[in-house]
Design a protein around this ligand. Structure first.
Ligand SMILES: [Zn+2]
Length: 120
């Protein structure tokens, strides 16, 4: 598992580097008023960079948990996470049961509203 996480981390870091380069090259020139050439691509790359950075974060913390022998344990209930689940989602910190609960909590209308915040 460690090997796999390390390989995925390296891959993600490389992807981030490439994205940073692309962002550098496709930087939109604001204030010129000549349309949005390059802007869409830049925006997409920014979003992709966020995703890759989140993945790097998740992989690093998975490796740290591996180090502390906490890997494969549910953050919420402390139960052992199903190895099959870890196979698919090596960076998960929740067992299937808690993940399901977390999902249904997030889906509650109240929770969604509080995330969006008050409308002006
Ligand atoms: Zn759990």
């Amino acid at each position: 598992m460690r090997h796999r996480l390390e390989a995925e981390l390296r891959e993600a870091e490389q992807e981030l580097q490439e994205l940073e380069l692309q962002l550098e090259h496709t930087k939109p020139e604001f204030g010129l008023g000549t349309g949005s050439t390059g802007f869409d691509e830049w925006e997409v790359n920014m979003l992709r960079r966020d995703t890759v950075m989140a993945r790097i974060e998740a992989l690093r913390s998975a490796l740290a948990r591996l180090e502390e022998d906490q890997f494969g344990r549910c953050e919420r209930c402390g139960a052992k996470i199903d190895p099959e689940r870890l196979e698919i989602l090596p960076t998960t910190t929740l067992c299937a049961e808690c993940a399901r609960k977390a999902r249904s909590e997030a889906a509650l209308p109240g929770a969604a509203r509080s995330r969006v915040g008050p409308r002006r």
